[in-house]
Write a protein that binds this ligand. Structure first.
Ligand code: SAH
Length: 477
């Protein structure tokens, strides 16, 4: 079928509806890609092989964006999504793709970024390390209670839906819309059992669900964290300090879920949901959970950051350590160190590791973990990497042989790039959750650093996200 362009409406500048567009590929950020008259078209929620009608929402000289109006033919690549909430919940947008194809598209995203943005000489790119579990891989989920849950299309057509309260996840980009979740396949049980039990308990006991517009209501959030060692932390967040109701609920929860090793709660009467600036109160069990990686132990408190896919975090760190190829003599910097997991992970193979991270609580966790693991050769410094890194800092802490970087999605600040070049370590190991900004930074470093190895790792099956580790080596001038 040839692609047909239809002008909709009478207004001259109204953007067109394009009919019978064949989706060809997947591009950056997981968007599907098609070509229409030499222009690239980006469309979410489609896969290669689909034939769709697309309403254009943005038209530029070189590209267009739109959304699917009608699916005319579905690609033979598609599979039945596992979850009943697929399509409404924003969580796992790639469930319609077999995991094997997800991995291929992730690998391609890394290659595309390096070719189109970095434009440097490329080594052989290692095949992506997939996750052994393509479901049930998360060690943390956060649910939100709402007195006005999102209605699905079927519910909209029912004459009277009685219960309007729900507990689940935010509808993408809507702060006040919560989809009531009855099953989620991202975290192992008892995550569904606890959340569903709570909903029933709350409805039976007429407890109020939070109203985010009015900022009122009793039940606000629920955080569930687990570890590979079988520990389980539950944090209940209440919008009101109703002592008896809180105690009754937590007692009942404890009786129903004896596997909880740490039962905590928070009273949050602020406008925003974060608990980082609030006191976490103890109800039962320990005030933390313990995760293990090789011979290392990591203490995870209710506010501590830990990579959400523990098994793949181990793969990721192993790649970073292998690329660093330490012998025990090196001074290593772990920049954007979080709670110091990478620093801890490489410390026994280094002379000294210096971690830098701008969240002070994460630095406290990093220090505690280093103590716990009896690592006397690490130090952790709180501050913004771009401000902390200067000539004095390197003079004081020693010239780096290896710098490991794991920045957030925005990648490196140009001041950091300049300081890396000035410090001139033999190796830079760059871990990234955004291949586009990583590729940009590789280009900035290219005059001084040659790209030697590339290893993509999949931390988030069923989503388009991909991590990538590269090794850069100093050019001999
Ligand atoms: N390597 C760690 C954390 C990586 S996440 C791990 O694997 O667990 C990136 C970290 O960078 C976060 O902890 C974030 O707080 C920190 N960060 C973000 N911007 C920063 C900046 N400008 N300076 C220092 N740290 C920063």
């Amino acid at each position: 079928m040839p692609a047909k362009i239809i002008q909709v409406g009478r207004k001259k500048n109204k953007l067109p509806l394009l009919e019978n567009i064949k989706i060809e590929n997947i591009a950056a950020e997981g968007k599907a890609l098609a070509r229409v008259n030499e222009r690239v078209l980006f469309v979410p929620m489609a896969v290669p092989g689909d034939i769709v009608d697309v309403q254009i929402s943005k038209k530029k000289n070189s590209f267009m964006e739109g959304y699917v109006k009608t699916y005319k033919e579905l690609s033979s690549m598609r599979i039945k999504p596992k979850c009943k909430h697929f399509g409404t919940c924003g969580g796992c947008k790639w469930q319609m793709l077999p995991y094997k194809n997800q991995l291929e598209f992730k690998q391609q995203q890394v290659i595309d970024a390096l070719q189109r943005i970095a434009k440097v000489e490329l080594p052989e790119i290692c095949p992506i390390i997939g996750s052994e579990n393509d479901y049930y891989y998360r060690n943390k989920l956060e649910y939100t209670f709402s007195n006005k849950r999102w209605f699905t299309e079927e519910e909209m057509n029912e004459p009277d839906v009685e219960n309007t309260a729900g507990v689940g996840f935010h509808i993408p980009k809507m702060f006040d819309k919560i989809l009531d979740i009855t099953e989620c396949h991202l975290q192992a049980e008892p995550t569904n059992a606890i959340r569903n039990w709570l909903r029933t308990y709350a409805l039976n006991n007429k407890l109020s669900f939070y109203n985010v517009r009015m900022h009122e209501g009793f039940l606000r959030n629920l955080i569930i964290r687990n570890t590979s060692t079988g520990e389980l932390m539950v944090i209940m967040i209440f919008g009101k300090n109703e002592h008896d109701q809180i105690q009754n609920l937590l007692h009942q929860m404890q009786a129903n879920f004896p596997q909880i090793t740490s039962l905590l709660y928070v009273i949050n009467q602020k406008k925003n949901d974060t608990i980082n600036d609030l006191e976490v109160l103890h109800f039962a069990g320990k005030n933390h959970i313990m995760e293990k990686m090789e011979e290392l132990n990591f203490k995870i408190g209710p506010k501590s950051f830990y990579q959400t896919n523990s098994a793949q975090a181990y793969q990721l760190y192993s790649v970073a350590r292998e690329f660093a190829a330490l012998t025990g003599k090196e001074i290593v910097y772990d920049l954007y160190s979080g709670t110091g997991t990478i620093a801890n992970f490489v410390a026994h193979k280094a002379k000294k590791v210096i971690g830098v991270e701008f969240i002070p609580e994460a630095i406290e966790d990093a220090k505690e973990n280093a103590l716990l693991n009896e690592l006397g050769n690490t130090i952790f410094i709180a501050g913004d990497t771009k401000d902390v890194l200067n000539h004095d800092f390197f003079d004081t802490n020693g010239n780096p042989d290896v710098i490991i970087l794991d920045p957030p999605r925005a990648g490196l600040h140009t001041d950091v790039v300049k300081m890396l070049i000035w410090a001139a370590p033999q190796k830079i190991v760059y871990v990234s959750c955004n291949p586009a900004t990583q590729a940009r930074d590789i280009a900035l470093l290219n005059e001084n650093y040659k790209l030697i190895k590339v290893q993509p790792v999949d931390m988030f099956p069923q989503t388009h996200h991909v991590e990538n580790v590269v090794l850069l080596e100093k050019r001999e001038n």
